[in-house]
Design a protein. Structure first.
Ligand code: UDP
Length: 412
């Protein structure tokens, strides 16, 4: 296991996002918890929503007086991540058989990493997602230790063979967190079932307010013409995010509004080997159309650039076919931009259809809504103001910290 370093953050800087009641609630919970020690464990420290959340959650919890370390799996070859990506896909409903060899690879690297936990002394061990879920099998629980499994994916209609395999491990935890109740069947009898939505950090480079001029300057450096319409999707290159469908949407819109450009901005997560295949497929589909910009972290996309794309886009897309939550939707709404997104999973918690954005199920519907928003800037603005307010109330990191503290106290 390797420790991930995070930037320091001051909780006091976030007080402006809290009401009085929440501040009181924080005080009460922190008094009960004192300096409890917490380990967060995930597959990677970079790329994707889990890493994004932990980079804020961990330093804020530390600043509140807890002792939190963030560990990531180590010594896992691509072979392991290929298997866990299949786990991820099948737990989200993809068909396929869980072969013996994949079980062995998965368990082998969980076992190797669990050896490094023998000396650990934490009050809470929070394991994120399926990749490290079986650590609990190889590391006996010490007295007083509480294990929590946090699932970030959409497990509402899982491939049952994969779900049953995972179930034997997650049912041993002291608590299981899912993003929403429809991701888990009531009769599963999981311990201390808890529902917590993910969050964004309003003070990170990705989410601090950028002036339009500064944001335009940044996107221009990637070849975007800021005098023309821009639609963007910020996402890993992944079949569930449907980047190929996004290009189809763009092509329909382009017929009506030839000046439109589209940016597909995607980071290549280190635990997602499938990302490269999908990037190449997307590039091939884009062909010789240079109004389709495909940009990754290898072209210099960091949090600030994502912020700039989200700030200046006329419409943001998140055309997912499955989505655990979709932080890119939260980020887009927070920037006050109109979002058109797949009518799936956690996106439905964030966008109220026709009120604070549009939820769509097909390419045609998506294109129609994008065109409607591009042609009605006033409507775009009204919708996006409602979206931002919802994020302020429900999906900021402060709320996420509070939810964890409540669970810790409940388990103590
Ligand atoms: N992201 C990024 N750079 C990119 C593409 C995505 O930093 O080029 C971030 C994005 O801003 C969001 C996270 O990666 O914070 C993706 O989280 P989400 O929940 O949308 O999807 P996941 O990748 O976890 O399935």
């Amino acid at each position: 296991m390797e420790l991930v370093k995070t930037e320091q953050k001051k909780f006091n800087d976030y007080l402006e996002f809290l009401d009085r009641e929440s501040i009181k609630e924080f005080d009460g919970l922190l008094q009960q918890l004192g300096e409890k020690k917490v380990a967060m464990v995930s597959a990677t420290g970079f790329g994707g929503g889990v890493a994004e959340i932990l980079h804020s959650l961990v330093p804020l919890m530390n600043d509140l007086g807890l002792n939190v370390d963030w560990w990531v799996l180590s010594s896992c070859p691509n072979q392991f991540y290929n298997v866990t990506k299949t786990f991820h896909n099948c737990l989200q409903g993809q068909e396929g058989e869980l072969v013996q060899r994949d079980r062995e690879i998965y368990l082998h690297y969980n076992e190797l990493n669990a050896y490094q936990m023998l000396e650990w002394n934490y009050d809470y061990i929070v394991i994120h997602d399926p990749q490290p879920a079986a650590l609990i099998h190889y590391r006996d629980k010490k007295a007083g230790e509480k294990w929590i499994w946090r699932c970030h994916i959409d497990t509402s209609t899982p491939n049952m063979e994969y779900w049953d395999f995972l179930y034997q491990y997650i049912s041993r935890y002291n608590a299981c967190i899912f993003t929403m109740s429809e991701y888990v069947k009531e009769n599963h009898g999981l311990p201390n079932l808890t529902f917590i939505t993910p969050s964004i950090d309003p003070l990170s480079y990705k989410n601090i307010p950028l002036t339009r001029e500064r944001a335009q300057e940044i996107v221009s450096s990637f070849g975007i013409d800021t005098n023309r319409y821009l639609i963007s999707q910020i996402s890993r290159f992944d079949p569930w995010k449907d980047p190929l469908g996004v290009i189809d949407v763009y092509r329909i819109v382009k017929k009506e509004l030839p000046e439109v450009q589209i940016a597909l901005v995607g980071s290549m997560a280190s635990d997602d080997p499938e990302g490269w295949d999908y990037l190449y497929r997307t590039l091939r589909k884009a062909g010789e159309d240079y109004d389709i910009k495909i940009i990754t972290n290898f072209n210099g996309i960091t949090g600030l650039e994502v912020n700039a794309f989200q700030t200046v886009s006329d419409v943001l897309l998140q055309k997912s076919l499955k989505e655990g939550f979709g932080l890119t939707v939260t980020e887009g709404l927070w920037k006050g931009r109109p979002v058109v997104a797949g009518n799936v999973g956690g996106i439905k918690l964030q966008i109220e259809d026709n009120i604070s954005g549009y939820l769509v199920s097909t390419v045609e519907e998506c294109a129609e809504k994008v065109l409607h928003l591009l042609r009605n800037p006033m409507l775009s603005q009204e919708m996006s103001e409602k979206g931002r307010e919802k994020v302020r109330k429900e999906f900021l990191v402060t709320k996420n910290v509070l939810n964890y503290l409540n669970l810790f106290v409940k388990l103590a």
